[in-house]
Each structure stands twice: as structure tokens, then as C-alpha cells.
Design a protein around this ligand. Structure first.
Ligand SMILES: C[S@@+](CC[C@H](N)C(=O)[O-])C[C@H]1O[C@@H](n2cnc3c(N)ncnc32)[C@H](O)[C@@H]1O
Length: 348
């Protein structure tokens, strides 16, 4: 019997940039993505999707719950129906299955914090022209987070939601042996990756190292999961922080694209030196090996204005890892590819 798991097909939504007719209308391609993003972000901020999580509602009741006007709620809901985020049930509106699954607390992953983060990123995007001229940001995201602490908390909450999506992939692909007891989570932020691995492997203890701006909620999250005895946080720059001795598993998850090539080379060497023999390094990244992939190109453009750093090719990682002394280097492309790739490497 074939027991292979077949993932559900991705949701298909109407292409709202396509004109109705045979001639082209160039500005649809500019205006409609802007309105689509604006509407979804407003719905997230208003709590509209969550307000429909328990079932269909009429516009008057929905407007009341959102503390919004009936006219505004109706216009927003009408548009969200046309782009496939809501559906009509007679006089009522409801979340589509995909909206319920990805943007409410009743779903598998709630990306509402991702909507909040995108609202923060929206005005930053206005600086893209200047970033292209300069070749980088005027102020990095990390500097902005020092000036505006709420920014760091909002970003970490979004990363936490993404970690909920990535968590099952990591647990499936990252083997932890019973004798491996110490996990170092560099750039571990929200702490959810360490928490999941400590829950799965009762012998594990973890140290999470990240900038103070990313750790504002982490201790509380760890305590909520009853793991304060086994998971500790170390605020600081990962390249200069004292990692407290030797470790068995090191996570470097979505961190390399925030660093220069020289910083990554150095970090990977330091990780190698801090691993016990047989220890495992786990990298999660968006690899620059797929030219022509729209998401990867968009992500590089985001890095231009957010951090001034870039994505790297698999061959770069392989060279850094081999130079540091790692062996058994394995690449796993996740499905979909836009979820990134894992690179596993062992200290001989
Ligand atoms: C994209 S987030 C990834 C968070 C988490 N590892 C995950 O996979 O969900 C990148 C993290 O790296 C942290 N970071 C960036 N530069 C850093 C540095 N120099 N030292 C320590 N942490 C850093 C950020 O604060 C942020 O939490």
C-alpha cells in the first residue's frame, strides 16, 4: 500500500490583475496588487478574519464587532470576496477555507502577526527608490528596532508564526540522538524552535542567543511552555556572545542572510569550534540558486532596504562549511521552495 503523504494542492485565487476582455490595461498590474495587500492588511488589523473564525456573520454584526462603519465593512468584505479571501453565504460573509487555515486562531498556522509586520514594512517600502540609489538602507532594521522597540516585538511575533509553519519540517528532517543534550539556537528570537525541540527530545537543554530587541517576549514564552529550567536566553551579538562551552546541535535558522559573507564564514567556524564531535549544524536559508524565482528576487530586494545584506548560493555555504571542517553536508529543499532550504552538516 502506498502511504506517501500527498500535501493539499495550493489554493488558487482569481488573478485580479487580468483585465476583463482581450486588450491589456497596464495599470491593473500596479493598482490591484496594492489594493489586494491593503485590504488583507486592513482585515488583519481590524480583526475581521478572526471575527469570522466561528462562522459566517452579517455585515451589521461584523461591523459592530470590529468597531467599524457598516459602509466600510461592506466595501472591504465585497473586495475580499472578489480576491478569494471571503465568500458569501446568502446575506452572510464567511472566511474561505484557506483564510480560516492561515489567518485565524482556528487554523493550522495563524499568520495574523505577519499581516501586522507587513503593515510596519509598508512605509519602509517607500524608501526603496532611495535604497536602490544608495545600494543599501539608510538605517538597518536592527537599528530601527533599537529606536522603536515595538518593531522588534512585531517582527519576532511574525517569525514565531512562520516557525509554526516550518516547525514540522525541522522536526522531520533534523535528527537528534539520545546522547545529544545541548542545543545552541543562534538568532533564536521568539524561542519556538528551541521549545519544540526540547518538547520532542526530553534530554535537550537550549541556549538562545539573539539581539535584545528580538527577545522581549521570549522568557515569558518559555515559561508558558514550562521550560524555564531547560531553555535560557543570552542577549547579545551572536559573533561576540559567550556561547557557554560546547554544544551538540546548533541552529542557524534564517540568520545567514542578515550577515555578510565574512561574518558567516566566521560564524560557521566558531560554530564548528563550539560543537562536540558528531555535532550537527542546521542552517535554514533562502538560497540564491534559483534566478528567475520571483519570491527569491523579492526577498533580495527586501534585504537591500532592510539590512543591506543578501542571500547566498549553496556553493557558498558548502565552501564555508568545508573550510571550517564540517562533513556530511546535506541540502534539503522544502516544499514549496519559497519556504527555503535546510543545510545539515556534521562535525567529524
Ligand atoms: C529572520 S529572523 C529568524 C528568527 C528565528 N531564527 C527563526 O528562524 O524563526 C533573524 C534573527 O536573527 C537575529 N539577528 C540578526 N543579526 C544578529 C546578530 N548580529 N546577533 C544576534 N542575532 C541577530 C534577529 O534579531 C532575528 O531574531
Amino acid at each position: 500500500m502506498n502511504t506517501r503523504h500527498i500535501p493539499p494542492a495550493p489554493t488558487t485565487r482569481p488573478d485580479v490583475c487580468r483585465p476583463t476582455g482581450t486588450a491589456e490595461l497596464a495599470m491593473l498590474d500596479v493598482y490591484m496588487p496594492m489594493m489586494k495587500s491593503a485590504a488583507i492588511l486592513s482585515a488583519g488589523k481590524l480583526g475581521l478574519f478572526e471575527a469570522l473564525a466561528n462562522g459566517p456573520r452579517d455585515i451589521a454584526g461584523l461591523a459592530d464587532t470590529l468597531h467599524a462603519s457598516q459602509r466600510g465593512t461592506r466595501d472591504l468584505a465585497d473586495f475580499l470576496v472578489t480576491i478569494g479571501y471571503l465568500e458569501r453565504h446568502g446575506e452572510l460573509v464567511a472566511n474561505t477555507a484557506s483564510t480560516q487555515r492561515w489567518f485565524t486562531s482556528a487554523g493550522r498556522v495563524d499568520y495574523t502577526p505577519g499581516l501586522r509586520w507587513t503593515l510596519e514594512a509598508w512605509p519602509m517600502m517607500g524608501d526603496l527608490t532611495a535604497a536602490v540609489r544608495r545600494g543599501g538602507p539608510e538605517t538597518t532594521l536592527w537599528q530601527a528596532m533599537e529606536d522603536k522597540p515595538q518593531l522588534g516585538a512585531t517582527f519576532s511575533a511574525y517569525m514565531d508564526a512562520f516557525a509554526g509553519d516550518l516547525g514540522p519540517d525541522l522536526l522531520a528532517h533534523v535528527p537528534v540522538l539520545p546522547e545529544q543534550r545541548r542545543l545552541l539556537d543562534l538568532g533564536g528570537s521568539h524561542g519556538m524552535h528551541s521549545i519544540r525541540f526540547c518538547q520532542r527530545h526530553p534530554q535537550l537543554h537550549a541556549l538562545i542567543v539573539d539581539l535584545p530587541s528580538a527577545l522581549s517576549e521570549t522568557d515569558a514564552t518559555i515559561a508558558r511552555h514550562g521550560l524555564s529550567e531547560r531553555i535560557h536566553v543570552g542577549p547579545g551579538e551572536l559573533l561576540v556572545h559567550d556561547w557557554h562551552g560546547q554544544h551538540d546541535v546548533v541552529f542557524y535558522l534564517s540568520v545567514a542572510h542578515n550577515h555578510t559573507a565574512d561574518e558567516n564564514r566566521l560564524a560557521i567556524q566558531q560554530i564548528h569550534d563550539a560543537l562536540n564531535p558528531g555535532g550537527l549544524l542546521v542552517i535554514h536559508e533562502y538560497l540564491a540558486d534559483t534566478p528567475g524565482n520571483a519570491f527569491m528576487a523579492a526577498f533580495r530586494l527586501t534585504l537591500l532596504y532592510e539590512t543591506g545584506t543578501q542571500t547566498y548560493r549553496h556553493e557558498h555555504y558548502r565552501a564555508w562549511l568545508e573550510t571550517a571542517g564540517f562533513a556530511a553536508i546535506e541540502r534539503i529543499d522544502l516544499d514549496p521552495l519559497e519556504k527555503g532550504s535546510l543545510i545539515l552538516a556534521r562535525k567529524a
